[in-house]
Design a protein around this ligand. Sequence first.
Ligand code: SAM
Length: 269
Amino acid sequence: MSSYPPPRKRLGQHFLTDPRILGRIVDALAPAADETVVEIGPGRGALTDVLLQRAGRVIAIEIDRDLAPRLRERYADDARLTVIESDVLKVDFGALTGGPYVVAGNVPYNITTPILFHALRVPRPLRAVYLVQREVAERVVAPPASESYGALSVNVQAVAHAELVFRVPAGAFQPPPKVESAVLRITPRGDAVIVAGEEEAYRALVQASFGLRRKQLRRVVRTVCSLDVEAADRVVAAAGLDPEARPEVLTPDDFARLLRARRHWRRDT
Ligand code: SAM
């Protein structure tokens, strides 16, 4: 086959070539020899090559019409690789894998957040490792009250543990992106603070609360839940929270209690 088409900016194509970094990404995922890896955006297959040396099976989802068939052809003799030509956000990982799986991806930066949440749908992966923009990784792992803590941190940490494993300089990519990158590991929690079915309402509450991150909680609840002063104070008290606290200090569990207190209050009125 002829040489690769030039990288497509629109698809966030920045290809990794450094074998040391590729190896460290796979080390961070630590796939077992019988595990299935869902790889997001394999591109020219640099990470896929290393994954296939370590995992049992790789299902790679690539949207690029030129790159997907090339990867399929390159591995035509290896039944352990399946290449799906699709937008990853349209693929149901549970249906695709039919069992336990892990996720890996050097993901397109313009759709990182939708990808993170897509891969946190039930059935969740056992763990996931992503190469993302460093600033996004820092936001995901940020603890309460820190500068980077926000809706993204809460919504991920409500259902998973998140770690920034190591940083990757822009020069490691071809072409180099304008920003620094980092490897992020997300491990779904057995003790998630929200249950399936609560995600949407939880995310909406968290998002709206951080829109008022410098306001006191009683004011936030009044605005976000459209309640009068007295009702807002009762909801905050029922959640066991300080009415003068600000959203930026609440833990994922605090937000879950707030969500349930609001629901009970609605049911009671
Ligand atoms: N994994 C390769 C590497 O490390 O060199 C490529 C990484 S590149 C940053 C992101 C890849 O995701 C590209 O191959 C791009 O075509 C693909 N991509 C972009 N949007 C996508 C989508 N919605 N669904 C699936 N793949 C996508």
